[in-house]
Design a protein around this ligand. Structure first.
Ligand SMILES: C[C@H]1O[C@H](OP(=O)(O)OP(=O)(O)OC[C@H]2O[C@@H](n3cnc4c(=O)[nH]c(N)nc43)[C@H](O)[C@@H]2O)[C@@H](O)[C@@H](O)C1=O
Length: 320
């Protein structure tokens, strides 16, 4: 039985990846910074909280992660833990940078010391590309990060590659574009607009307040993106892959699509300058050609189809 260790197991991707690996017959060990009640609701939602072992681990504490790896000796480590909010990173640049880089270095260094055969997956981000000149983005596009979050992810990305090149370790980076699901936290755009719109629909809220929506993004569906993470770790040789839908959709159009579906007047949308970020990526989309060819990864969902699914799941689970 293969053993996988997943950091950030209580997040959206951690929960879906745990489910996928359990279905593939893995023993799954999930790491969380704090084993507080309420933290596990995403795993509970998928009905897998009792099928995985959850351990507390502070990834900033080298001795902590070194011990966890030594004791559990996993075959694969998926590093999904991060301060993942781009918006918050402008208010917490130091904490974001320290966490998102030191945690990765601590895991890589532990693998190097304990057992170099342990495979490592790093959750890289399309945010690393930032101010792009040419679209679509591919694995060869240069980085120009536009937020402390993006800079931290670019550093972690290069650390991961450096351990591969310096020590012949199996390390790979999945460069994921925005990916959504019912389990996305409410501080992210898609979950927020669906949840708030349904609140408006049921008379619990009056308006939807958002920041800059003169923006286009390449959005996809998290449970499908997770499959690509797994496939990357099963390759003969480790490589990095862009995972995306291949097209960008306007944020404004997404909001009005949700509003129209729920019969909400467009006047209920309010733009709040306080929610603007100091810098923005105005349009970004990638090419998933390499992932489709080498990983045999299939992704053909339009984001409107994904939105329909998410609205339905939110309505089914809505507590009135
Ligand atoms: C790939 C990348 O994907 C995610 O980062 P993100 O793109 O920042 O995600 P988001 O859902 O917060 O923003 C999407 C867009 O929507 C704009 N926007 C407008 N108005 C609001 C608003 O009211 N709230 C939010 N959250 N965003 C808003 C916002 O300015 C941005 O342009 C993370 O998973 C990250 O970890 C990651 O790696």
């Amino acid at each position: 039985m293969k053993k996988a260790l997943i950091t950030g197991v209580t997040g959206q991707d951690g929960a879906y990846l745990s489910k996928l690996l359990l279905e593939k017959g893995y023993e799954v060990i999930g790491l969380t910074r704090s084993y507080a009640a309420g933290n596990l609701y995403k795993l509970e939602y998928l009905g897998i909280q009792d099928s995985i072992t959850i351990l507390e681990c502070d990834l900033l504490d080298f001795s902590n992660i070194l011990n966890v790896i030594t004791k559990n000796m996993p075959d694969e480590i998926y590093n999904l833990s991060a301060q993942s909010s781009v918006g918050s990173s402008f208010d917490q640049p130091i904490g974001t940078f320290q966490y998102n880089t030191t945690s990765v270095l601590n895991i890589l260094e532990s693998i190097k010391l304990v057992n170099k055969n342990i495979k490592f997956y790093q959750a890289s981000s399309s945010e690393m590309y930032g101010k792009v000149k040419d679209l679509p983005i591919s694995e060869d596009t240069p980085f120009h990060p536009l937020s402390p979050y993006a800079v931290s992810k670019a550093s972690a990305h290069w650390l991961t590659i450096n351990y591969r090149e310096s020590y012949s370790m199996f390390t790979c980076c999945g460069i994921l574009f925005n990916h959504e699901s019912f389990l996305r936290s409410k501080n992210f755009f898609i979950k927020k607009i669906i949840k708030d719109s349904i609140d408006i629909y049921f008379g619990k809220k009056d308006i939807l307040k958002v920041g800059n929506i003169e923006i286009k993004r390449d959005f996809g569906y998290s449970p499908k993106y997770i499959e690509a993470m797994y496939s990357m770790m099963q390759q003969e040789t480790p490589e990095d892959f862009v995972i995306c839908s291949g097209e960008s959709v306007s944020l404004k159009e997404i909001i009005f699509y949700v509003f129209d579906k729920l019969k909400i007047e467009h006047e209920k949308l309010v733009i709040d300058d306080n929610l603007y970020r100091p810098t923005e990526i105005y349009d970004i989309y990638g090419s998933n050609k390499k992932a489709k060819e080498k990983l045999k990864w299939n992704y053909d969902n339009s984001f409107i189809e994904v939105l329909d699914m998410l609205i339905e799941e939110e309505l089914i689970n809505y507590e009135k």
